[in-house]
Design a protein around this ligand. Structure first.
Ligand code: FES
Length: 163
């Protein structure tokens, strides 16, 4: 069935769609700005646990990204077998960095920034500061705990607290 007259003409319909889009965009931008100004972003946890698929990815690719509150942390395996955890956010422009096993360094594709495997910014590349370091402890069941603060000395049977 076709109506002879529409309740909305084409112009009104497009105005409505555009208005809804502008309102949605404004709400998203407002939330982002408000969160930035008030510091109301997702809180950072004391620690995270890497298990299951994350550990499989780590063993296959030699590095894995995991959310640590609002920002990702990168856990990777050095050629020596040692595990390391660093912030995956570049200190230059907040892009994500990645570990490169083939060169044993950390690379930021945004402006060709480089860090050593210890997270130290390489002179002559854009990043102005080292990456934030995290600590790792392996549990008896093989899972990894990643924490921003060093672990208390304790009865863990297999500590690999780094760095
Ligand atoms: S954001 Fe990483 S080098 Fe610029």
């Amino acid at each position: 069935m076709r109506l002879d007259r529409s309740l909305l003409d084409r112009r009104q319909f497009l105005d409505g769609v555009m208005g809804a889009g502008v309102i949605g965009l404004g709400a998203t931008a407002g939330e982002t700005v408000l969160g930035f100004l008030t510091g109301l972003e997702e809180p950072e946890p004391d620690h995270i646990v890497l298990a299951g698929p994350m550990l499989e990815t780590l063993s296959q690719k030699q590095y894995v990204l995991a959310p640590y509150g609002p920002r990702p942390v990168m856990v990777f395996r050095l050629p020596s077998g040692e595990l390391r955890a660093l912030s995956a956010v570049c200190t230059h422009g907040q892009c994500n960095v990645r570990y490169r096993p083939e060169t044993n360094d950390i690379y930021c594709a945004c402006h060709q920034g480089r860090f050593t495997a210890e997270g130290i910014n390489v002179p002559g590349t854009p990043p102005p500061r080292p990456l934030r370091t995290f600590h790792i402890r392996r549990q008896d069941d093989g899972t990894l705990i990643v924490a921003a603060e060093p672990f208390e000395p304790g009865p863990s049977s297999n500590p690999t607290d780094t760095p």
